[in-house]
Design a protein. Sequence first.
Length: 221
Amino acid sequence: MSLVSRLPEELRPILAAVEHSPDAVFLTDRHNHIVAWNDSAEALLGYSAQEAVGASCASLMGGCDAWGNRYCSDSCPLVGMAGRGEVVRHFDLRFTAKDRHPVLAEVDILQLAAPPPHHFYLMHILKPSDRAAANGDDAGAGPRAAMQSARESPDARARRLSQREVEILGLIAAGRTTPEIADFLHISALTVRNHTQKILDKLEVHSKAEAVAFAFQKGIV
């Protein structure tokens, strides 16, 4: 892995162990910049370690959710969750490879604690997903899959959500503001705020951040 020698000493054995792992692995810092990139990540996404390290996820891969909402961005929700000490569960993202073809991958996040000023790093473990093929890879497969996840959730709170509420929750998780959601869905900002309040009530949480954490933990987004 490139630049392992520049990372905190206690992390180096972990990164050295996954350098030649068959799983694609890369590491980001709390500023959402890539600081390590293994051989399998290059094989999956096409970028060499020299090209990837130092770049932001947003500029390199542009990871999106099922609706096409950007997760790899300067306001990455995963970084916010890690900063609050919250656990990030398994989820799917669609990345753009170097040759511009889409790569659907199952993503697991391992939070690695580090001394100040780093505080933490996020290890991303990617496994190519066949869910797109199973769903026909059409534009509506993602939202339907998210709604199905909510409907089949063992948590009764998730099952209370309507299709529109699941969609808005996904947009909130992607960092969209109320006006942006309103424009995207062609509804009023007041309607978005009403849906948002219903989401908070149904999930029994007190903030959008808690709702997003719930969605990640339950595999809804």
